[in-house]
Design a protein around this ligand. Structure first.
Ligand SMILES: Cc1ncc(COP(=O)(O)O)c(C=O)c1O
Length: 353
């Protein structure tokens, strides 16, 4: 008898981006914020007492929910805290999707979604983006779907492209199940879909502290939705998903909006610079509203080989051997120094290739 369920035997697990131990690597592969978190974060972590470690933490990360509610102008009961945004995704799948149910998502998009669908033994409904040059558009079938769950990353990963709120509004209004709007990168975009949460009871926003707040190492994310939907997710989560250190760090980070916004501005400025420089070297890329760009390499350069050569030069970017992505590299926007090193290496490697 197999030790695990048949669908688990059959599925491939998610492969996270590389995390090299060597700190000299210029790491532009997993969309971390290149700047450290607010200094208030380290102060908050250092203030943690042995007594706080001895006890279980707040089961619902109360201090964070109150701080985030203030920032977003909503009530704390519209916020559910999780161990990274990824845990929110797991909760949504667990609560909404059973064996054989349909789960819809765009492609290319976050490559964790098909893995979560496989874990639930769900049927995947893949919605291919309509890609016309650098223009990425939803396919028309997204407006007339029948599925339990629809996942949309906005701004999208790995393209960095942005869908407008009226379009999202129409999709949510026409969809019979839950729509998860994954806003892991929204801090680098002009607007959030937060207003849609007030209007629709079937939408959940995913937020992450990993990107905008420089806390990928802490693992903290949260969902925003109407309290009645969050009450259902509460039933399927662990008792204490966020630890005391992470709650203290995330609360300090979200409270220091001025510091975080300063890093977003620097990243957006560098994003414009990197995009223009890549285009001048012959790369093709859509305008990005995120903290990375998706660059199609100029022929006859091979994207997989270029990825390897950058790696040999101590620069890590992301290469996906997936449909629609094999001629592209996803490159996180780094600090000015990191970006200069990347662009210098690319200039040499693309002319020598
Ligand atoms: C599109 C998208 N959603 C969600 C996440 C989850 O982020 P985290 O679990 O670090 O909060 C990521 C992380 O890379 C992501 O790219």
């Amino acid at each position: 008898m197999p030790l695990v369920r048949e669908n688990i035997l059959q599925m491939a697990g998610y492969v996270p981006g590389e995390q090299p131990g060597d700190s000299s690597v210029i790491k532009l592969n997993t969309n971390e914020n290149p700047y450290p978190p607010s200094p208030r974060v380290l102060e908050a972590v250092q203030r943690i007492t042995a007594e706080q470690l001895r006890r279980y933490p707040s089961p619902d990360a109360r201090t964070f929910r109150e701080a985030a509610a203030q920032v977003h102008g909503i009530s704390p009961d519209m916020i559910l805290c999780t161990n990274g945004g990824d845990e929110l995704l797991a909760l949504v799948f667990r609560a909404c999707v059973g064996d054989g149910d349909h789960v819809a998502f765009l492609e290319p998009s976050y490559s964790l979604y098909p893995v979560l669908a496989a874990m639930q033994d769900a049927e995947k409904v893949i919605l291919p983006y309509r890609i016309n040059g650098t223009h990425w558009e939803f396919p028309p079938e997204i407006f007339k779907l029948a599925a339990k769950l629809l996942l949309i990353v906005n701004p999208n990963a790995p393209s960095g492209t942005l869908a407008e709120l009226p379009t999202l509004d129409r999709i949510i209004a026409s969809f019979p199940g839950v729509v998860l709007l994954d806003e892991a990168y929204v801090d680098f975009a002009p607007a959030s879909a937060l207003p849609l949460v007030r209007e629709h009871g079937n939408v959940i926003l995913l937020r992450s502290m990993s990107k905008g707040y420089g806390l990928a190492g802490m693992r903290f994310g949260y969902g925003i939705a109407q309290p009645s939907l969050l009450a259902q997710l509460h039933k399927v989560r662990d008792s204490y998903p966020c630890d005391a250190l992470a709650i203290a760090a995330a609360t300090a980070a979200i409270t220091d909006q001025a510091y975080a916004a300063g890093t977003w501005e620097k990243i957006k400025h560098q994003r414009a610079h990197v995009s223009a420089a890549l285009r001048s070297m012959g790369f093709t890329l859509p305008d990005s509203y995120s903290n990375f760009v998706l660059a199609q390499v100029p022929a006859p350069v091979n994207a997989g080989e270029l990825y390897q050569r950058l790696k040999a030069a101590n620069i890590l970017v992301r290469y996906f051997n997936l449909p629609g992505l094999t001629d592209k590299l996803r490159i996180t926007v780094g600090t000015a120094e990191q970006n200069t090193a990347l662009l210098t290496a690319l200039k040499t490697l693309t002319t020598a290739a």
